[in-house]
Write a new protein. Structure first.
Ligand code: GLN
Length: 481
């Protein structure tokens, strides 16, 4: 029999609703699991055991009394350290926010609470979500890949991915600006969904690049991703970019039937640098889709090669502006005994930000500066439109686009990669953020014992199609084992 922590969010939700398990039992099992494993894995940077148990008791009471409960009643959920919650540490893994506690709840937190989910704590990440390894975090804790402790979990939502892979919770929310949900999901062998830009409110998510950031769930199954999206999606008075588009019941789209579905495979994604093991898993996955009756169509996304350079102009530009608010006056770290106000700003920021964040602020202010704005920022905005147009054209032909998630599997924690080498690893995930479309990473196999995911991209607000295709694929893989 499966242990409580091994079950899916959906199974747990059902067992709590039918009173087979209480939320208190589930939350207790989860904290025991965290206590046993997190010394080694390092997924969490803060935990709220006492409060979680109290909340679980209330949910159990409601269920006992036959009161109406929410869609995630009693289910333990984790959130990334860059999402604020009232009275709790919310630090974006940065020294500049040392000791900072949220003074309001992010909309996703409000929605989770309204669904009676139990928030158990915050997960580790790269500082301000800038990175692909979770090693730029200020916390001493190093997050490891639960599938191989010598490997990185990916990033920036590495703690969230690890928490799922290590069965430390049932849903873990991350954020994805250029791949930070899909890449760690692929590295850790779990499902990671980046919704359409505007599907989920960003209110209370500490901004990295506001036109690219989206919150999404890590889960064990595609079905759980649909369940989580049902809860967190929708409009929000506090975020004007959260679109007024009806939230369907995403679980209803999981019919298992994808006969005749047109799946596009962009030739530009099968580059020379693609790892042989990844290539093998990707090709085998295409065969699975064929066997399910999907039609595989070769497509072209001609501007793909410009996606990474475009992103690494636009994301730092937006970051440099967003991070200007951290000035040592209003939040977190403040330098000691500054001689004057200018020194207060300069020293607080120099001491508070890590190297990668500083690098991005410098690149960002450079590309936004009067002399270079046209050459870099404006040009990048134009290329962004071309990339978006590529997808729009492709979606006239196909329902879903299939690609690898990363060029290779998780790499060593000790790998000495240069920033540019790391940036280039994001080539398959970045285009979806630039185009604002949804993407999901689904475990598809292994190479040398390390997980490999595949990515499905959909039309804007086409989460239903990618969830449907992903779920059918996942079921087919399960039957093969
Ligand atoms: N790895 C990318 C970066 O460093 C993506 C990060 C993210 O999606 N938050 O910017």
């Amino acid at each position: 029999m499966k242990k409580i922590y091994e079950l899916t969010a959906f199974e747990i939700k059902e067992k709590i609703a039918s009173k087979e398990l209480t939320s208190v039992e589930v939350v207790t099992a989860i904290f025991n699991r965290i206590e046993e494993t997190d010394g080694e894995i390092g997924s969490f940077v803060s935990l709220r055991k006492e409060k979680a148990l109290e909340e679980a008791k209330i949910v159990d009471e409601k269920i006992k009394n036959g009161e109406k409960v929410g869609a995630l009643a009693g289910v333990p959920v984790a959130i990334k350290d860059n999402m604020v919650s009232i009275g709790e540490p919310s630090q974006s893994a940065s020294k500049i926010l040392e000791g900072y506690e949220g003074i309001y709840d992010a909309t996703v937190v409000t929605k989770l609470k309204a669904a009676d989910a139990i928030i158990i704590g915050k997960t580790n990440m790269d500082e301000f979500a800038m990175g692909s390894t979770t090693t730029t975090s200020i916390y001493e804790k190093r997050t490891k890949n639960p599938r191989d402790l010598n490997k990185v979990p990916g990033g920036s939502s590495g703690g969230a991915a690890a928490s799922m892979a290590a069965d430390q919770c049932y849903i873990s929310l991350g954020s994805d600006t250029g791949g930070s949900i899909r890449q760690p999901a692929s590295f850790c062998g779990v499902v990671g969904l980046k919704p359409t830009y505007g599907r989920v409110s960003r209110y209370g998510l500490m901004a990295f690049a506001s036109s690219l950031d989206q919150i999404g769930p890590f889960t064990k199954t595609v079905k759980d991703a649909a369940l989580a999206l049902n809860v967190i999606a929708g409009i929000d008075d506090y975020d004007s970019t959260a679109e007024e588009i009806e939230v369907p019941n995403y679980l209803d789209s999981l019919t298992g039937d994808i006969k005749g579905m047109k799946i596009g495979v962009p030739k530009e994604y099968f580059i020379d640098g693609l790892n042989e093991g990844v290539k093998k898993v990707v090709n085998e996955s295409l065969e699975v889709f064929k066997s399910l009756g999907a039609e595989i169509v070769e497509i072209s996304l001609p501007h793909t090669k410009y996606a990474a350079p475009t992103y690494y102009v636009l994301a730092p530009a937006e970051a440099s502006s967003n991070l200007a608010r951290f000035d040592g006056v209003r939040y977190g770290h403040r330098t000691e005994n500054p001689a004057n106000i200018e020194e207060l700003y300069v020293k607080s920021r120099s001491e508070g930000f890590g190297d990668e964040v500083k690098r991005r602020i410098m690149v960002g202010t450079y590309v936004l500066s009067a002399g270079f704005f046209d050459a870099y920022f404006k040009k990048a905005q134009k290329v962004r439109t071309l990339i978006k147009n590529d997808f729009e054209k492709a979606f006239e032909q196909v329902d879903v686009i299939f690609t690898p998630v990363t060029p290779g599997p998780a790499f060593s924690i000790d790998a000495k990669k240069t920033p540019v080498e790391l940036y280039l690893e994001d080539i398959f995930t970045i285009p979806a953020n630039l185009a604002g479309i949804p993407g999901i990473s689904i475990p598809a196999g292994t190479t040398d014992g390390l997980p490999v995911g595949i990515q499905l991209l959909g039309r804007a607000f086409g989460e239903r199609e990618i969830l449907k295709a992903g779920d059918a694929f996942e079921q087919a893989l399960k039957e093969r084992v």
